[in-house]
Every structure is written in structure tokens, then in C-alpha cells.
Write a protein that binds this ligand. Sequence first.
Ligand code: ASP
Length: 588
Amino acid sequence: MRTHLCGEVNEQLADQTVQLCGWVDRRRDLGGLIFIGLRDHAGIIQIVVEPDSPAFSDAEGLRNEFCVRISGQVRMRPESQWNDSMATGKIEVVADRVELLNASAPMPLMMTDEDGEEIRLKYRYLDLRRPRMQHNLRTRARMYRAIRNSLDKKGFTELETPVLTKATPEGARDYLVPSRVHAGQYYALPQSPQLFKQMLMMAGMDRYYQIARCFRDEDLRADRQPEFTQLDIEMAFVEEKDVQNCAEAVIREVFRETLGADLPDPFPRLSWKAAMDRYGSDKPDLRLPMQLVSVDEHVAHIDFRVFSGPANEEGSRVAALRIPAAADLSRKMIDEYTQYVGRYGAKGLAWIKVNDSAAGLDGLQSPIAKFLDEKAWQGIAGVTGVESGDILLFGAGEWFTVSNFMGQLLVKAGHDRGLVEQGWQPLWVNEFPMFEWDEDCARYMAMHHPFTAPAEPDPAALLANPAASLSKGYDMVLNGSEIGGGSIRIHKPEMQQTVFKLLGIGEEEAQQKFGFLLEALKYGCPPHGGIAFGLDRIAALMTGEESIRDVIAFPKTTTAQCLLTSAPSPVPDEQVAELHIRNLGKPD
Ligand code: ASP
């Protein structure tokens, strides 16, 4: 139907006849001359319809988003009419034929960034016509191609795993599918292909990957989707470094091929403890040129209990954050920050403005200056590297709470002050604790998942001191987002049983839920490990989108609805009855 794409027409085609198809982006009638912006996925080109053209009467009836075919001659625009903001801004096509392929009802949305998300999701097929959304989905497709190229070269085999399956726990609620054939029995949609990919290693597949859809029925936080896509990878006969080296090479290649961006080689590595100490986060944003520093040893002796208490207590800390050139921070802003960290458990925020760093205590402006002596201040100044014009903010108390709220503050203040540097800053976070204690359930939870190997190889030693044990898990972090996570897996049945036991999964429950895994581990399972990357998040980072919904063709709302198809929706009683369940209808 067409000879070229709209965005492809260029000066080289001057004087040639072209046939183009697309949508009317806008139409201007300049009394006699009609200008049409014709749009397809490749771009927009200006079409001119002159009054004596046989196409004139057809062009007159066109409206926004009418679908048309146009034939005409490419012509250079006079230099005075060049439009630098358009790739095709030096040319236009003089139409001799305008063929209406399909009219459009008046647009229910403006087709701009001003449209609300609800209307955009309802009319997603229109929203996706916009250049921004076209760019996002096509960038994502390029990323997929780069992933496949990279893994293919590295000897990986792309394999599929079932969607109708048994529950694979990743810590969320399962989506269940009732079986029609087996009354009272249910499939679960996979939260990840975790156990299948491990069994593929037992099956000798050696290096597996899959671009896999995962399902987690969680109360959705702002930027989660009930179904999301991950790049799932598993490798046999590997240790942590092997998986990490391979995974970061893939990510480097994918960024180079998709965006032409060069990521560092190698990625820095940071233990979980160091990440919490220095950034107050297990996903530090290294684009922010700030770190938390502990000042405990410098304030342990002062007469200010808020500091000296935690400074002398095991498991507590006094952490300082230096914000460069921020001594101009108003009291109102400081109060706002105090409120902000309060949400994360802070009881308060102490501050020191440094007016003159050469003047010692006299150069400070602070409600807590009176508690400091020169020794304390020189110590603080030394470790924080503070300079005139900076502000120091302090948090004190239990180690994790302080690290966490000061980390949140670091990110917020860094953004507020415009300190985020350009570029891509990846890193590995590793040496995670194996377990975290869940107060509500009064039991240990797996920090990664129950199949992650502990650093401690002896099950008896692990049982003796689970709280102190580290795991062989790792996360890949990019610009403050966790983009991937994985681990070396448990490959021996005794260790798997020990970990189940520590997680409060009794023998019977372990057999019922994971009997097949425990059985499979008995038959010469190779050491193995892997990782999974959140492709929605990576695509959002690549396209500069805040929300992963903007890189998913047909996403759901934060309440897990598809506004386009109206799913979920009621079904007739008979259909429900076939599944051996009762249709309770809508709750009152
Ligand atoms: N299955 C894990 C997840 O989905 C990733 C992994 O351990 O490979 O988060």
C-alpha cells in the first residue's frame, strides 16, 4: 500500500512520487491550502494539498486520527519554512491523491502527555499511537533482541516453563486457577520459574534463559504490576562470581546495543552491610555524590544523651549526612525533612550549619553546638569532610532504623538539591543476611527465597546460628533501582531441609509443597545458580519513564484492573459451577 514510511521521507527523495499511509496528526486549513501532518510509527511528515489538486475535496473532510493513504511528490520547502524540530522539516509532499482508509470518531483523549492515565488505559490502542509510547515499546523490543543475541552468543538455551503450575513461592500471594477436571484442586500461576529453572539444571541443560511472565497477587504498591516480565537465567557449575560476571556482561551488551550506552566494567560490589552503613539502602543510587558516615566514636563522650546513648550501644549508630552547599536550608525545610524521616521511624533530626569551617565550634550554627567540644567537632568535621556552606544532618538510634531513614533522606535531599549526576551507575550488592526476623509471624523469613544457598556449607552450623548467617544471594542495582536479583542455590537435600526447617516449614508441609524438589535434589544435582532481571523496570530506566506502566503495552491499574477489556469481570454461574466452586458474586 505504501512506498515509504512517513518518517523515512527525506531530501534525497525530492521530486519523486511517494505513497504514504498513516494517521492525520493534525490538519490546518489555511483558506485555500490544506496542511496535513501525516503520522506513522516512523515519524510525521507535512503533506500539502493545493486548491487545484484533485485531492483537495477529499482532504477537506479529514479530521484528526483519520486513517489515510496519500500519494504525491516530495518537494523541498523554501528555506524560510524549514522546521528544525521535525526530522522531515526540510521537505513536504504535495498530494495528488488522498484516499480515506477509515474515518475516526472524535478522539476521546487529547493524545498528549496531558491525558489522564485512566483514559489512556481505557483507550490504550490510541494512546500507543503517540510517538512517546511508540518509542518506549520499540526500545523495549530492541532490548529483547539484544538480550537474546547476548545470551545466544554465551551458549544459553531459551526454554519455556509452565504457566499452569504448582505454587512457587517468592513471598507473595499466588493467583490460583481452579481445575475443571480435578474437582477441588488448583493450579497456581508462577510467581517466577524458580523451581523449574533449577530442575532444568538438574536436567543437564547447563545454561537456561527465558523471558518469563510472572504473577504475584499483591496489594499493588504504586509501581507494581500483578503480571510482570523478567529475564530469568540459570547456570550449572557456577559460583557467585561466575553468575555475576556473566550477568553484568549481558547487561553491558544490552545497554550498548539498545542505547549505545557504556556501563562500567566491572560493576562495583558492595556488601549489604556496607551498603546500609554508607547509603542506608540495599539499592544505593551511586549517581548521588553523598554518603552516610558514622560519627559514634566522636560523640560517645559528649553530654548529649540523644547521641552518646546510641554511640555507646551495640547495634545502634549515630549517622551524619553532609549536604554540600546547603547551609542555606531554611528552618521550614529542616522541619519538612524531620517530618519526612519521621515516616521511617526517626524520632528527630539534628543539624549543624557550617558557616566557617576554619573557625571551629565558633563557625557553627546549630541547636546542638552547645553539647559539642572542639575534640568532638574536629572528629565529626574530619570524617564528614564538611566545608563552609555545608549542612550536616544527624540521625541516632537503632542501627537499621537510622541507616534506613538517613538513606531515605539522602535520596530526597539529593534530588531536592539537584545533585543527581548524569549517567548509568550500576553495582552489585551481596553478602545479604540469610534470614530476616519477622516480628508479626515470630519466625525467620528468607531474605531472597527459600532456595538460596547460605554461605555456611554445614547444615548443623547454620542451625546453630541462623541470625548471623549470610547468603549467597546478590542484587544488581542501577541508578537506585534493584533491576535484578539472584543467588547460588542449595543443591543438597539436607541443606534444603534445614533451611525449610529454619523458615518454619515442617517436614510434612515441605513434602506436600516441595516434595518434587527434595526428590530431584537426590539424583546428582549439579551446583547451580542464577538471577532474574525485571525487564519492565529496565525498560522504564532506559526510556526515562517513571512508571513501568509506560513501557507495558497493556498494563493494569494499581488495583489490578485492565480498563481496556474490563478484566476482571463476572462470569455466568454455569461457567463457575464447572470449576466446582460457588459464584459468590460481588461482595456487598
Ligand atoms: N526467582 C527469583 C525472583 O524471581 C530470582 C532468582 O533467584 O533467580 O526474584
